[in-house]
Design a protein around this ligand. Sequence first.
Ligand code: NAD
Length: 256
Amino acid sequence: MLKGKTALVTGSTSGIGLGVAKALAAQGANIIMNGFGDVAGPKAEITALGVKVTYHGADMSQPAEIAAMMSYAAEQFGRVDILVNNAGIQHVARIENFPPERWDAIMAINLSSAFHATRLALPAMQAAGWGRIINVASVHGLVGSAEKSAYVAAKHGVVGLTKVTALENATTGVTCNAICPGWVLTPLVQKQVDAKAAALGLSNDDAKKLLLGEKEPSQQFTTPEELGALAVFFCSPAGNNVRGVAWNMDGAWTAQ
Ligand code: NAD
């Protein structure tokens, strides 16, 4: 379905971004990867799906590096048809103890990076008359949780940016939507499981159950594969008039 299209997925060396990149590659899209850590392993997993894969190591907190990544994408594939703004970090602390530099980093990586990549991707999508921008927000784009001030503020910002991007392009073939996962067992969440296990003297399994039990009525983690399938739907012809939604996949977290 996506043969001949190019998808840039930020933060695709791990977790949800890797799952989304693989789902888009399975539909034939060439992939531009981004993110830190091991690149070779994830790159091989995507390449095995029979598409072209390249990598750019832009630090998404740095607007100049984002601009360099977008120029690289245009050089490699002509343009970006599908932009997935996914890179993100977390820090957990009460507001009075929240390190200001962590606030700034979360705003830059989780929110401003989506603005910069979007503003640079839009002109070519508009000229082509087709484009998909998918912002990986969170249930925390819809509701709050204590000790996550920067993350919740940034993700609410991402949902707002999604709506404005959708509105400004509503008469074109460019759509923009947000995905709002509940708990997904990636390294970002495993750190929170580890912190809970250490603080309460629990096993890894009991800490996971406690984490799910606090928020997620289904008592199940959403998987990167399920989120990838939602991204594929947004890119399908059936998604042509799905615009500006914040679609939660959260085991009924926000239904409460
Ligand atoms: P993860 O830690 O597995 O992956 C994060 C990715 O972002 C990695 O590839 C990492 O290298 C990259 N990254 C981090 N800082 C970066 C930077 N400065 N520049 C470039 N890349 C950078 O985490 P994940 O859980 O897969 O998170 C992906 C997205 O999903 C994030 O935006 C996160 O907020 C969101 N999310 C996660 C969950 C969850 O439960 N895991 C729930 C809702 C939303």
